[in-house]
Write a protein that binds this ligand. Structure first.
Ligand code: ITT
Length: 193
């Protein structure tokens, strides 16, 4: 069975391909920049995006597909940027986040990374969701050359290293994305493969 991953972000594809290969599932990437609505929760954005693609592009894709929406939730900022993560990253980047966190110490720097996978199996059904989170803290400064996005400022709570200081394989052992995709890929293996 062919399953399409619709995203404009090649880093996501690299991480997910490794996870899927480990389970013997092959993923086909379709590069498509869909309009992302600004809604209050990452889950709502994922559902709205999947439904938009289902309505507009099913005839073209004609196969099961998934998208995923991810975000960084900083507890001291009332879980900002959350569903606005892509916009905030584009506008102020990691340096801007570090400025917003100036003067915040210890537990005040706690943050959660979250991934919501929305899977559409057929053209008439609402998407199914698979969610993964990982806890960490916002580093005092950006560290590491790997990964993408907020990785240089997100310290994984288990080791204190940032995601950008890890290889893709190491990040995939603990990340929000790998936790969401492990649930999703197990679902595929059990029900569809
Ligand atoms: P899509 O086409 O899949 O939507 P995107 O890069 O816009 O690609 P998101 O909206 O899910 O993806 O991402 C929101 C922001 O969070 C964006 O700036 C990403 O770079 C960043 N991000 C997502 N996952 C991340 C991760 O694992 N590590 C660091 N930053 C991440």
């Amino acid at each position: 069975m062919i399953i399409y991953f619709i995203t404009s972000n090649p880093h996501k594809v690299e991480e997910v391909r490794e996870l899927a290969a480990d389970k013997g599932i092959s993923i086909r990437h379709l590069h498509y920049e869909y309009p992302e609505l600004q809604l209050d929760a990452i889950e709502e954005v994922a559902i709205a995006s999947a439904n938009h693609i289902r309505r507009e592009k099913w005839a073209e894709i004609n196969a099961p597909f998934f998208i995923e929406d991810s975000g960084l939730l900083i507890h001291a900022l009332n879980d900002f940027p959350g569903p606005f993560s892509a916009f905030v990253f584009r506008k102020i980047g990691n340096e801007g986040i570090l400025k917003l966190m100036a003067g915040k110490e210890g537990g005040e720097r706690r943050a959660t990374f979250k991934t919501v996978v929305a899977f559409c199996r057929d053209p008439d059904a609402e998407p199914s969701l698979f969610i993964g989170t990982v806890e960490g803290r916002i580093a005092d400064r950006a560290r590491g050359d790997g990964g993408f996005g907020f990785d240089p400022i997100f310290e994984y709570e288990g080791t204190g290293t940032t995601f950008a200081e890890m290889s893709t394989e190491e990040k995939n052992k603990v990340s929000h994305r790998s936790r969401a995709f492990t649930k999703f890929l197990n679902h595929i293996l059990q029900h569809l493969h």
